[in-house]
Design a protein around this ligand. Structure first.
Ligand code: HXC
Length: 276
């Protein structure tokens, strides 16, 4: 990120742990929090993603460390928290961003397919929040920010697992906010609208008609969707989500907890209405 409205050094001396922080939205969050002075720990299952992301963050002048974790494994999550704590002595900000999903019809979704997404999205968010709690409690406070979505507000065909998991994250956000406020721990969530990551681009890739591939077809399809379906007229970027995360991590949000902020250009509100 080249420019930001946040003041330089806003998060100096703070430690932020971002699950799924090596790619997509998570990486955008790591870039912004790192540029504001936080020491960012990015966590991922894949070492190759971590290495590339850390190199990029360091090139941008951020202090970055990496940790491999599968957030489905509660013991491994505990070890990760201990590792960060041992290394930096504190954890001020936890961003529960790791998620996985795919489109699948409910009638034929395997038990393992259901379980995989619930475990990554919902269990992972709970395990990381629970493991960071004693650290934040001991240091007198902290901020937990989880990445939700908007597709469960009305339901979204072929996404039973992800919509159920994200609805659970919303519930967890409110409950943990109430339980942990007395320890100075603020718990909030951000619900992103459509961000054209690789998965989304794939969904907008028309089937090959043979012959020379139309390299602009995806861009046109994306633009058409934005014009028709997103009131603010454009797709989101990881930086749009990162801005809300930075706000929630900052003292400007000192009286904000248990809240879920939609950042989607108005998309979910307008869903089902055609803008012509
Ligand atoms: C049907 C599928 C499937 C698919 C996996 N499964 N992909 N079923 N359609 N496309 C089933 C498998 O068959 C298997 O069940 C079970 O799910 C577990 O699959 P594995 O590949 O063994 O699991 P694992 O390696 O742990 O992978 C986890 C994953 C995978 C979630 C399934 O997709 C993943 O790692 N994704 C990470 C990246 C990702 O999804 N990012 C998206 C985040 S974006 P069986 O019965 O065969 O054993 C985001 C925004 C969403 O969240 C916005 C949506 C519009």
């Amino acid at each position: 990120m080249n420019q930001t409205v946040f003041r330089a050094g806003l998060l100096d001396g703070q430690v932020a742990l971002i699950t799924g922080g090596a790619t997509g939205i998570g990486f955008g969050i790591a870039e912004l929090l790192g540029s504001l002075g936080a020491h960012v720990f990015i966590a991922s299952r894949k070492q190759e993603h971590l290495d590339a992301a850390a190199a990029s963050l360091e090139k941008q002048g951020a202090r970055a460390s990496v940790v491999t974790v599968d957030v489905r494994d509660a013991d491994r999550v505990k070890t990760m928290i201990e590792q960060v704590q041992r290394d930096r002595g504190r954890i001020d900000i936890l961003v529960n961003n790791a998620a996985g999903n795919f489109y699948a019809p409910s009638e034929s979704m395997s038990a393992n397919a259901w379980k995989s997404v619930i475990e990554i999205d919902l269990n992972g968010t709970f395990f990381c929040s629970q493991a960071v709690f004693p650290v934040m409690k001991a240091q007198g406070g902290g901020r937990i920010i989880s990445i939700s979505m908007t597709l469960h507000y009305r339901g979204w065909p072929l996404m039973a697992h992800a919509t159920a998991a994200k609805a659970g994250i919303d519930a967890l956000t409110r409950t943990l906010a109430l339980e942990w406020a007395r320890h100075g721990i603020r718990v909030n969530a951000v619900a992103p609208g459509p961000i054209p990551t690789e998965g989304v681009r794939k969904a907008f890739t028309p089937p090959s008609a043979g012959g020379v591939p139309d390299v602009f077809a995806v861009e046109r399809a994306l633009e058409d969707y934005a014009r028709k379906s997103i009131p603010l007229g454009r797709w989101g970027t990881p930086a749009d989500i990162a801005g809300m995360v930075a706000f929630l991590a900052s003292p400007a949000a000192d009286w904000v907890t248990g809240s879920i902020f939609v950042v989607d250009g108005g998309e979910w509100l307008a869903r089902g209405q055609s803008r012509g």
